[in-house]
Write a protein that binds this ligand. Structure first.
Ligand code: FES
Length: 140
């Protein structure tokens, strides 16, 4: 007899806390091209406040429109290429883009949502974006 198999059959896995998950919805937020390169648009999708940004390569990113620091509207900020450097005083731009908070200029990577300076502490929620049938869809 396999004792472990008999015990396993009676184990009931219950979550420690109730987790309410909202089903992901596809929300069309604009026509492809309506947002200019380097521009942003605040939208409400599936009850969430989101900002959709268009990068210099024409692609889109979507993140939460509320700054995790003191709740500024990220859509009042701006989108820029990310600056970085390996030495003090060295400044180079790479291919990644950030959204810059309008209140205290914290930068958040538009691919990961992470703060450029406090990567483990502050983060914007990111959402999947796709161009479908000539429209921009955000999966929220
Ligand atoms: S409210 Fe966004 S950095 Fe201060």
């Amino acid at each position: 007899m396999n004792f472990n198999a008999a015990v396993e059959a009676h184990v009931v896995h219950e979550p420690l806390v109730e987790v309410r998950e909202r089903p992901v919805q596809r929300c069309f937020v604009c026509v492809h091209g309506e947002i200019p390169i380097g521009g942003m648009r605040p939208v409400t999708a599936n009850g969430r406040s989101i900002v959709v940004a268009r990068l210099s390569d024409g692609s889109y990113r979507a993140v939460a429109n509320t700054c995790p620091r003191e709740a500024a509207r990220m859509s009042d900020g701006k989108v820029e290429r990310m600056w970085h450097g390996d030495e003090v005083g060295e400044h180079r731009q790479n291919g990644r883009c950030v959204i810059i908070c309008p209140w205290h200029n914290f930068e958040f990577d538009l691919d990961t949502g992470r703060s450029a300076c406090e990567t483990d502490r502050m983060r914007l929620k990111t959402y999947r974006v796709a161009i479908e049938g000539g429209n921009v869809a955000v999966y929220v």
